[in-house]
Design a protein. Sequence first.
Length: 184
Amino acid sequence: MSLLKIAKMGNPILRKIAEPVSTKELETVEFQKFIDDMVETMRDGDGLGLAAPQVHVSKQVVVIESFENERYPDAPTIPLLILVNPVFKYMSRETRTGWEGCLSVDNLRGKVTRSRAVKLEAVDRNGNALVLEWEDFPAVVLQHETDHLRGHLFIDRMKDLSTLTHLDEFGKFWIKGENDVREV
Ligand code: ZN
């Protein structure tokens, strides 16, 4: 496995609509290795999610993983999940506002309002159908990551840019150690 270079805000690949992955492509050794590399890159960056455009590949693949650890003792547990060609089937009108950060938007945090509950369909790395009905923080992670496949960053979703803050100031003036500010 190898670490992949992360595309940062300003790179046009983050603004493109990613292409779906065909069954044939998904089955290739190269693509399976790419998925493994995405997982390794997410873990190395201490992120809880990563979308393929963030590593310069404009394909509809997302990896997610979250678990309690020393740095984030209240983090919800999401076992490693690979989503290929994800599509939302439902997004609640009820919303939830929380802090978000992103591996492609270094050292910034901002408050984003999103649907509180979602239903998402995708396939896993073996091409098997997945249906997720998630609420609260895990639902936010799904929305943040799927946004990357549509060319959106969390800052696009901010209604009020006055909460956009550098990490240093976030620690000083906003909430320290809140669990839902890991980079995704
Ligand atoms: Zn992100």
